[in-house]
Every structure is written in C-alpha cells, then in structure tokens.
Write a protein that binds this ligand. Structure first.
Ligand code: CA
Length: 368
C-alpha cells in the first residue's frame, strides 16, 4: 500500500487531504481484492439548500444515443479492476460537450453562495472516519482550508511517492488553483478544478443535471467505436497528432508539452470524439456518480447477460484504502502518460474520496 512507503508527515497530509486519487495514481494496476476487509460506509451529502436554476436547455450538451457495449479494459495496460469485460446497455442521455468551466462554476457560486469543500476548514470527525482507527489527530496548523496542488519536482523521483509532486496547500481552491496569490483571471474557459464530488453534486443540482454513471461515462467516451483503447481509436497517445492534453516527457519532472500545454488547457483545445465530446480524454479527471469498488465488474459479470443502466455498487471498497469511501473518476488528466496511469484510456478506472479536491480533478454533467 502506498501509504507505507511515505513518511509519517506525508501520511498525515495524505489523510488530511484525503488524497485517494494520488494514492490511486501511484497504484495503477496494483489493485488486489481484500475480501476480509470491511466495505467503507457511504457518507451523506447534503445539497438541500441548493435550488434548481430553472434552466432546462441542453445548450453546450450533446445527445448520446444509448446502446449496448462491452465495458472494461481493451489492452495490456488495463488494471485488474477493469476486468472482466461485460455487456452493458445504457439509455439515451445528454452530456456536457466539455468539462464545466470556471465561468460556468462562477455563475453557480454567484447564484447560490455555495462554498466549496476546499474553502472550508476540514472537520477532524469527518477525516477520522476515513483513516485507519488510531490515526492521531493532525496539528491545528494543518486543519485549514486547503487543497492538493500539483508541484512538480525538477528532478526524477520515485513514482511510488506521490508526496513528491502533491502539496497540501493552504488557500488553494477553485478561484486560487495554485494557492494564495494565484487566480483564474483569463482562465474563464478552463475547466474548474479543486472541486470535490460534493461540490460537483451541488452544481449539478443547481444546473438541473446530474453526474454521469460510470457506465454512461465509458459508453460516451467510446464515441460509438467498438472495443477501442481510446476515444479516438487505437493510435497510441504518442503517435500522430496530439489527441488530448496529457503528460509528454518524463513524469513528473519533465514535460515537453508536444500537445502545447504543460498544465490544464482551455476546454475544446483538441478534436472531439465521435459523439462531439471534447477532452473526454486528458485535461482533468471527471467525477462520476458511482461508488468505487475494485470488484464491481466481477459481480456484474457473474450476473451474466447484458446489464441495463448499472448505477454502481451500493457502497465503496478500495483495498488500498479500505476505510475511505470513494467515488469513481474517469478520463485522465494533463498529468497522465504511458509510464504512469494511462488515464486517457476509455476503460481506465480511478477513484477518490468524495471530499477530495486536486489540481487535475473536475467534472461534467449529464441529464436524461
Ligand atoms: Ca500536456
């Protein structure tokens, strides 16, 4: 488990920041079922105070026709949790053509006064339930409004120590993506980041939309192609023209940015997939509605036949962090490359605790 390879201080920060995604990035492909561990219990997310904006349009959305497909890994990079491939059908739905932008999120905040998770002081009682029993309370100096900021080193580092490139940064939030003193001026058209699953839920409620299920997300990402590795087909990420905003070079210390972007790109900077979805691969990870379980596909496959509109498991279990309830994230980010997580593959599953915020984590919505 990743946490055993990092310092106690970093473990503390990881626990504080609920840095499940980073842990997951480290452990790509290393999932192992641990069936004697308890499944994490689902927390309740309260969005009662958020009212629907009244906007019922499908502007900036694309129609996804629905259909039947084989869900799961298509090449030898696939992790154990992407297997077995199984038959799934999804009903038609609408999906945001691009990731929710800073400008869109600002409209929501201006209308509702919503305060994101990263802008709030963490509650030790909440954190305690997500870490191993007996984990000591962190000092008050660390229990401050903060988020995880990507801080790449200038030299090669071991890929099993995510603390080398993630920093728990006070004052980092969607308006201040690098922490205090940073801003999003001129980045209105960039995907909003440092957004927790709870924040994404709140936005969706206001917008009259919802987060996609994991099955809807993968069906949409495949763009009408059959059993392909990527949303554009099978051409490798480093072959031909750049197809998505990913990490090119040696992660995490050297990014040659062949695709033109060292960090996040404005939405719609690359060609869309067959359903006209932009940045469905790369740029930022995207929250899905579903709980994450490493063994979920095994359970679905045991049912046999075609699974119609699966909604994910009833609870979460990640053997790498058995106490942390996690939601699925999909699509990869500007930090993904072949040596690391290949998150831009359509089948790649990732996961993060519902209260995580990070430099490379955003979302898009659907409605049906
Ligand atoms: Ca890039």
């Amino acid at each position: 488990m990743a946490a055993t390879l990092i310092s106690p201080q970093h473990k503390l920060v990881a626990g504080l920041a609920m840095c499940a995604l980073a842990l997951s990035l480290y452990s790509c492909g290393n999932s192992q079922a641990t069936k004697d561990q308890p499944a994490a219990v689902a927390p309740q997310v309260h969005t009662d105070s958020i009212a629907f904006s009244g906007d019922t349009s499908t502007a900036d959305m694309v129609y996804i026709p629905g259909g039947t497909f084989m869900m799961g890994g298509d090449n030898n990079q696939a992790a154990p949790d992407e297997f077995p491939k199984h038959s799934v059908s999804v009903s038609p739905f609408w999906m945001d053509a691009h990731e929710v932008t800073n400008a869109q999120f600002k409209k929501f905040v201006d209308a509702t006064g919503y305060v994101t998770t990263a802008e709030r002081k963490p509650d030790w009682e909440d954190i305690k339930s997500q870490v191993a029993p007996g984990t000591p309370k962190p000092p008050d100096s660390m229990l401050v409004a903060a988020s995880l900021v990507f801080t790449p080193p200038n030299h090669p580092v071991a890929l099993n120590d995510f603390s080398q490139w993630w920093t728990w940064t006070a004052g980092a939030d969607w308006r201040h993506p690098e922490g205090k003193g940073s801003n999003i001026d001129g980045k209105e058209n960039y995907p909003v980041v440092h957004i927790s699953w709870d924040d994404a839920q709140a936005y969706c409620k206001w917008a009259g939309k919802r987060l996609p299920t994991e099955a809807e997300w993968e069906f949409a990402a495949r763009g009408g192609l059959k059993d392909k590795i990527y949303s554009w087909g099978n051409e490798g990420i480093n072959e031909g023209l750049p197809k998505a905003n990913t990490w090119e070079g040696h992660f995490p210390d050297k990014n040659i940015a062949r695709d033109g972007f060292v960090g996040i790109a404005p939405v719609k900077s690359f060609q869309p997939n067959g359903y006209k979805l932009y940045d469905i691969a790369g740029n930022v990870w995207e929250w899905c509605a579903d709980w994450y379980r490493n063994d979920y596909y095994q359970k679905l496959a045991q049912q046999g036949g075609t699974i119609k509109d699966p909604k994910g498991p009833d609870n979460s279990f990640d053997p790498e962090e058995p106490y942390a309830p996690k939601k699925v994230t999909r699509g990869g980010s500007f930090m993904c490359n072949e040596s690391y997580c290949s998150g831009y593959r359509v089948a790649r599953r990732m996961k993060s605790t519902h209260d995580s915020g990070m430099s490379n984590l955003g979302f898009r919505c659907v409605k049906s």
